[in-house]
Design a protein. Structure first.
Length: 662
């Protein structure tokens, strides 16, 4: 036989008629995994079709990465060639999933048989064809199924001649259909050409409330450095507000060379503590603790006491060094040298950071550097730390992060990495795809209804949601936006409620936030005056103007209502006043429906009409329903899709629980 004929015969013998396309979720053609947390479902859909009019079958195949056997979920046809199925992820780590599809010869035959018999046609030949299909399945089935299928085939042959009614009833029985499906012919089935992946993280990756606190400011005297032991005394304060992650800026020794003074001045005065991000000194580096904070044993005691209050400790991971860091002395090759022989310090023109040396990730010694930096994470993970806020990851190579996070999570799959990258969207999204568990957002600079609606719709209702988990912060030690500077108490209240209800993950930098710290270093600056980054601050936690009680109420609402514990159901609703923003979140499983309305004007009362599609709450368009404000306990009866609200700066938001009046 000539070569073309041989090729044609091979093509026909391996004919895969089914096409599987447009699979979702699939990030960048399968280059990156999607993200889920333990217990969540992965809903997978695809276009599945073939030539002709034969019936098709399809299964969703999935397994944990360490498993060798695929599990199956039957896919169902939605409409227009779109099929869907889902599976639940139950283990930390990685899952793989793909799709298989086939021409369902038995299903096609049984459907044709039913139509022909209903039309009064002679179906003897149809029954004989079916018997052959069943016998074929018996020949490839295992012992138990093989015997049952062979018996079905014999009965079909006999009844096809003797009694058509009985033969058709037998052919269309659910037992035979199940046996045939279980023993289908796989030889001509199509497997999607990619095995896709899902990274499965702990539940806290999906739902968390962070509180950032400088441990050195846990003191009643600015001349006395706070310690881990004094932080323990403040744990109940943080816990009473309902936070479950306590994040500490860098806890390592701080360099003295080029140390920054108060308000980021170039010359530190005696006693100035310097910036915690200028890591490293004679006392050690990234695996060491600032001696004025205490010891490793003190840190572990802080961690233990925090866990008793249902809080996890998060540490800052900042890959940079002060000029005094042991790495600078022992591994000069890990840093970029300038022509005059000095080490290149960090710059973000016109800003200069003479107290910080960045690493050089690209020179010939990079492999050793990468391994050492990975060992930093491993060291703290060994001490029980599982959450890291990563400083400026966008200034380090993408390849480094993909390598480091992948390696770390092989050994510690419960580790959470929060990306602090306020940069271009493509870069932020790339870091998330590479493995960062959560990511800071642009929320601090989205202040109007249209800005918030557009941005959070992108984050939660597009493909971005498959890999980018937002962690929403109204302020940080670096960010005091103009809205907070100028809006007074109401601005802090509304931004808190927005952050905590728009995002299942959110955080605040305190006590600056709850105490309404709003003085910038200078006009037009987002830097705090008397920033804690450069000095020890004493905070009056008993200040009667503190938002502590409101924060506690909001966090209690978040914990009590599953609707706020995920972001996927976020939906915005029209208002006739752009100073009002309305949005909802729903948990159908928990029958939990919440509607938030926030006044974005911190200076004036605002009112208007909010329009909702009541059917989305399971309420008829003409039915009355109850809305209970979970912040004030006030209750109202609403009717129909359009209702009136008015919000004053004294309480600039509603968090409504929506329930049918019955």
């Amino acid at each position: 036989m000539d070569a073309p004929a041989t090729l044609l015969r091979q093509s026909v013998s391996t004919l895969g008629r089914v096409v599987i396309a447009r699979v979702e979720p699939e990030v960048d053609g399968g280059r990156f995994p999607i993200k889920r947390t333990v217990g969540e479902r992965v809903r997978v859909s695809a276009e599945i079709f073939a030539d002709g009019h034969d019936k098709l079958g399809a299964v969703l195949l999935y397994r944990a990465a360490e498993e060798s056997v695929w599990r199956e979920e039957e896919m169902r046809l939605l409409d227009n060639d779109r099929w869907e199925a889902q599976f639940r992820v139950e283990l930390l780590g990685r899952y793989r999933y793909t799709i298989g599809g086939w021409v369902d010869a038995f299903g096609t035959w049984s459907a044709g048989l039913e139509k022909n018999f209903a039309a009064g046609q002679d179906v003897a030949i149809d029954i004989a064809i079916g018997a052959e299909l069943v016998q074929g399945a018996a020949d490839r089935a295992r012992a138990g199924d093989s015997q049952k299928l062979a018996e079905f085939a014999r009965k079909l042959k006999r009844l096809g001649v003797e009694e058509a009614n009985a033969a058709v009833k037998l052919a269309l029985s659910s037992e035979l259909a199940l046996l045939m499906k279980r023993n289908r012919d796989e030889s001509a089935s199509t497997r999607y050409e990619k095995e896709l992946e899902a990274v499965v993280d702990p539940e806290k990756a999906r739902f968390s409330a962070w509180y950032e606190m400088f441990p050195r400011s846990c003191t009643s005297d600015a001349s006395r450095h706070g310690t881990f032991r004094s932080c323990i005394e403040r744990l109940s304060y943080v816990a009473e507000m309902g936070f479950d992650v306590l994040y500490l800026p860098p806890i390592h020794p701080i360099g003295r060379t080029e140390r920054k003074g108060k308000n980021n001045t170039l010359n530190a005065a005696p006693g100035d503590p310097g910036s915690p991000w200028a890591i490293g000194g004679d006392e050690g580096g990234h695996k060491d603790i600032h001696p004025e904070l205490g010891t490793l044993a003190d840190l572990k005691e802080l961690q233990r006491r925090a866990r008793e209050l249902d809080m996890d400790l998060a540490l800052d991971l900042a890959y940079q060094c002060s000029p005094d860091h042991p790495y600078v002395r022992e591994h000069r090759e890990w840093f970029r040298a300038r022509p005059d022989g000095t080490v290149q310090y960090a710059e973000n023109p016109p800003k200069k950071y003479q107290d910080i040396y960045p690493f050089d990730f690209e020179n010939e010694h990079a492999p050793e550097l990468w391994e050492e930096l990975k060992s930093v994470v491993a060291y703290w993970a060994e001490q029980g730390i599982r959450i890291f806020r990563v400083d400026n990851p966008h200034t380090k190579p993408f390849a480094f992060w993909e390598w480091l996070i992948g390696r770390v999570k092989q050994e510690y799959p419960d580790v959470i990495f929060l990306s602090e990258a306020f940069t271009r969207p493509a870069v932020m999204y790339r870091l998330a795809k590479l493995g960062f568990t959560q990511s800071y957002t642009y929320f601090a600079w989205k202040n109007t209804s249209s800005e918030l609606t557009q941005y959070f719709t992108e984050l939660t209702q597009t493909g971005v949601r498959e890999y980018f988990r937002a962690n929403v912060w109204p302020n940080t030690p670096d960010i005091l936006n103009a809205y907070l500077q100028n809006g007074g108490r109401a601005a802090f209240m509304s931004r808190l409620i927005l952050a905590a209800t728009l995002g299942a993950n959110y955080g605040i930098y305190g006590p600056a936030f709850e105490l309404g710290e709003n003085l910038p270093m200078r006009q037009g600056s987002e830097e705090y005056l008397h920033s804690e980054k450069y000095e020890i601050r004493v905070w009056d936690l008993r200040n009667p103007q503190s938002l502590k009680d409101l924060i506690a109420s909001v966090n209690a609402i978040r914990r009590a209502h599953p609707a706020l514990q995920r972001d996927g159901t976020l939906k915005f609703h029209p208002t006739d006043n752009q100073q009002l923003i309305a949005y909802s979140k729903v948990s159908k499983e928990a029958a939990d429906m919440l509607l938030m309305v926030v006044n974005l004007d911190p200076h004036n009362a605002q009112s208007g009409w909010v329009s909702v599609t009541t059917e989305e709450f399971g309420i008829g368009a003409e039915e009355s329903y109850q809305v209970q404000d979970l912040l004030t306990e006030a209750q109202y009866v609403w009717h129909g899709p359009r209702n009136f609200v008015q919000l004053n700066p004294s309480m600039p938001a509603h968090i409504f629980r929506v329930r049918p009046t019955g």
